[in-house]
Design a protein around this ligand. Structure first.
Ligand code: BV8
Ligand code: ZN
Length: 260
């Protein structure tokens, strides 16, 4: 068995372990960083290959889609293929284990890759939609099935209108219900984690502040500092795929799965 080097072990403060063991409601906000160890490039990482010349913030907009629907659709089709080959990583799986072990758990994600769902999280609040769904510009039908082929973007199976990815672009409002549930969770949680997000995109980036204002203990898990780092009660500086399993093992040693 590969022994973990000391450098790999992140120091998990005993006070945080106790807070997790006794938490009533754990809320978690995740960003692209939690999927990085699944091989899904983060939003701010330089785009690879064909898309290296584009800035995601210039592609993830209504204007970009109206200007060149084919290019924007093909960017999402490239990401969809990459995500289809990705697997949930130990960070996603650890969050699903925490969901099993605390009285209340809210998983709020900015990610559109559905990896939390595939990791077994029962209910996820998708603030920015999902790459697995598309929405019709004409009849608003949301579908997971469409025919990729002669036309790009493909046509709505219901009315033949043009499809767009069912995601939230810059300048677009977040789904009202998802945002309301996320804010309610941030206000009610006694322990709030911010995992793998650069904390620059609003309104998602405001959620940790909301949680802190309503009295939650706040934890950041990220190899880098973010604008929110200074407000956190605990800062675990490391990759989520290592930190989260170590945190779960420390909180529930009696149930720790053998380290793979
Ligand atoms: C809104 C879905 C209003 C699509 C995304 C000026 C003009 C126009 C708008 C604005 C403006 N100023 C402010 C705004 C608002 C804007 C905004 O905040 N802009 C920012 C750039 C300043 N927000 C919006 O436009 C939002 N809508 O405000 O609407 C409105 C209201 C009513 C009516 C009409 C309109 C909509 C924002 C949603 C945009 N969609 N994604 C898609 O994916 O294609 S945003 C996208 O970027 C992500 O979803 C995420 O939310 C965001 C940031 O990405 P992160 O997830 O944080 O990833 P990032 O790469 O940035 O960072 C990765 C982190 O992981 C790093 O910190 C890294 O250190 C860490 N990491 C790396 N490896 C690991 C790790 N962590 C842990 N473990 C590891 N192994
Ligand atoms: Zn339609």
């Amino acid at each position: 068995m590969m022994s973990e080097s000391l450098a790999d072990r992140i120091i998990i403060p005993e006070a945080l372990v106790e807070a997790l063991r006794h938490a009533e409601h754990v809320a978690v906000l995740t960003g692209a960083g939690i999927s990085a160890e699944s091989g899904v490039p983060t939003f701010r990482e330089a785009q690879k290959g064909l898309w290296a010349q584009y800035n995601p913030e210039d592609l993830a907009t209504q204007e970009a889609f109206e200007r060149d629907p084919r290019r924007v659709w093909e960017w999402y089709a490239w990401r969809r293929k990459l995500i289809a080959r990705a697997e949930p990583n130990p960070g996603h799986l650890a969050l699903a284990q925490i969901e099993e072990r605390v009285p209340r758990f809210s998983l709020i994600t900015q990610n559109i890759d559905e990896l939390h769902f595939r990791a077994g999280c029962k209910e996820t609040i998708e603030l920015h939609g999902s790459i697995g769904r598309s929405r019709c510009l004409s009849c608003d039908e949301v579908t997971r099935e469409w025919v990729e082929g002669d036309e790009t973007p493909p046509r709505c199976p219901n009315c033949g209108g043009m499809l767009r990815p069912d995601v939230v672009w810059f300048g677009e409002a977040l789904p009202f219900d998802a945002l309301a549930r996320a804010v309610a969770a941030a206000h009610d949680a006694d322990l709030f984690f911010s995992v793998g997000t650069s904390g620059v995109v609003y309104p998602a980036a405001a959620l940790p502040l909301e949680a802190i204002e309503y009295g939650a203990t706040a934890v950041e898990i990220n190899p880098e500092e973010t604008p929110a780092t200074v407000m956190m009660d605990f800062v675990l500086k490391g990759p989520a795929g290592r930190v989260l399993p170590q945190l779960v093992a420390a909180a529930w040693p009696e149930q720790a799965a053998p380290q793979q």
